[in-house]
Design a binder for this molecule. Structure first.
Ligand SMILES: [Mg+2]
Length: 216
């Protein structure tokens, strides 16, 4: 079967799009809530309340996010996340669709708010490095945003409007995609509930396999 791709490049989000860390993030939050005698949330509640900027999400659950407390909360989250992340997996169809896209001759990259070093390590851990021409994470020293990095990366890629597809799992990804001139597709099994994702006009997919219908 030969595919005729509509796009030349696919930019992927990592967390909640290729890597299924949704339960992990909800569970870490519940541990933080328990330590503070605050009410627990279900995974579904987590997906309804999670948002960007992340501070707003913490505030909605009752956390104080003044500067001092924010540093404590952030460190608490990151420490537990880094300790437990390798207990979690890619979404079931992730490897297959990456291979399908590669076989069709498209190039792929990752644009993530995860730090550059940890992004490189985890992509390598899952043996996925060969699928991507570039991994674009956040470099803490320069504290650039996903949006800034995305703009730079699109300039470097040099593709025109309509040639790049951006696959993410949040309304923030949708906004970033539009700003950098890529076509957004949102995956509904990630960090935000489908009802929320429906608020924007992006194409939605409930399984990564469905990307084939959009790409070819
Ligand atoms: Mg994500």
């Amino acid at each position: 079967m030969t595919y005729k791709p509509k796009y030349k490049h696919v930019i992927w989000d990592w967390n909640g799009t290729l890597f299924n860390d949704v339960f992990l993030c909800a569970d870490i939050m519940n541990n933080m809530l328990t330590r503070r005698n605050m009410p627990q949330i279900s995974e579904e509640e987590y997906r309804r309340v999670f948002t960007f900027p992340v501070k707003d999400y913490y505030e909605k659950l009752g956390h104080k996010t003044d500067d001092e407390n924010w540093e404590v909360i952030s460190r608490e989250f990151i420490n537990e996340y880094e300790n437990r992340k390798l207990d979690f997996e890619l979404y079931p169809e992730a490897r297959k669709i990456l291979q399908t896209i590669k076989d069709a001759g498209l190039t792929q990259s990752i644009l993530s708010a995860y730090s550059q070093k940890t992004l490189e390590e985890i992509v390598d851990y899952f043996n996925l490095s060969g699928y991507f021409i570039k991994l674009v994470g956040l470099n803490n020293i320069y504290a650039a945003s996903k949006l800034d990095n995305g703009k730079k990366w699109m300039n470097e890629l040099g593709f025109k409007n309509g040639e790049v597809l951006f696959v993410g799992d949040t309304l923030h990804d949708y906004e970033v995609a539009l700003e950098i001139g890529a076509d957004p597709v949102l995956f509904t099994k990630g960090h935000q509930a489908e009802e929320k994702l429906k608020e924007c006009g992006a194409s939605l997919i409930g399984c990564l396999d469905e990307l084939q219908n959009i790409l070819f």
